[in-house]
Write a protein that binds this ligand. Structure first.
Ligand SMILES: [Zn+2]
Length: 242
């Protein structure tokens, strides 16, 4: 009996997950059983949340479609920017703590904890329609995950640029509106309200404060704020130039 084979081709950014000799070209794959298209794709590398369209012999199919011998499977990534609701929400895995701080700094509702288990990440992402960001492909390949992305960069600021570009977030940023530590929306506070909770000297130099109703932290336009403002300005320039 001859081997049951099919032809596969990955397009665009999906090639980041594919073995070098298989990038940007059609290749032959030997079928084991009759896997779903999702399982076939993921066994070759790319996680399904980064896949937008799958064509089998030119016809679009869903992830549940069974792969068959002597067919051609073409797999396309989503085109950028990927559409999201007006106020997109995120959930990040353990390894992306600094990226979660950046997303909160830009005003996006971002869940992150240093003890989220894989199944909880996937379930919260599904149940709360949150984009899952993770560099753990095993989590991203869980079938509950609908929206997700694997940041290519390891540097948090570069990861932020990737995410902002992928989802076209620049126009939806509300910088400094959310607590970087606990994700709660900030409220404005008078000097009187924050008295005793800010370093000596700060009260004399500043009259505008924000406080977090969750963790009670107080924020004011200090040095930290300036560095963050530079990052926000850089992101705005990036979108104008793209
Ligand atoms: Zn807080």
């Amino acid at each position: 009996m001859s081997a049951r084979q099919l032809t596969v081709r990955f397009h665009g950014a999906l090639n980041d997950f594919v073995a070098p000799e298989r990038r940007e070209r059609a290749f032959t794959h030997v079928l084991q059983g009759s896997p779903s298209v999702k399982d076939l794709i993921e066994s070759l590398g790319p996680p399904h949340p980064e896949v937008d369209v799958v064509l089998v012999d030119g016809e679009p199919v869903g992830f549940g479609h069974r792969a068959e011998a002597d067919t051609t499977v073409e797999v396309y990534p989503a085109s950028v920017p990927v559409p999201l609701p007006e106020l997109p929400r995120f959930i990040l895995d353990v390894g992306l703590g600094r990226l979660s701080g950046f997303l909160r700094m830009l005003g996006f509702d971002t869940l992150w904890r240093n003890d989220y288990a894989d199944d909880l990440l996937a379930r919260l992402s599904h149940d709360e329609s949150r984009v899952l960001l993770t560099r753990d492909l095993g989590v991203l390949k869980r079938s509950e995950v609908v929206q997700g992305y694997y940041p290519r960069a390891t540097d948090p600021a570069h990861q932020l640029v990737e995410v902002v570009r992928r989802y076209g977030l620049t126009s939806r940023m509300r910088p400094f509106s959310r607590c970087i530590a606990c994700n709660a929306p900030l409220s404005t506070a008078t000097p009187d309200e924050v008295q005793g909770r800010i370093p000596e000297g700060v009260a004399e130099r500043h009259s505008h404060f924000q406080q977090c109703p969750g963790c009670k932290r107080v924020f004011w336009p200090g040095t930290h704020h300036e560095r963050m403002q530079n990052l926000v300005d850089t992101l705005r320039r990036l979108e104008q130039s793209s």
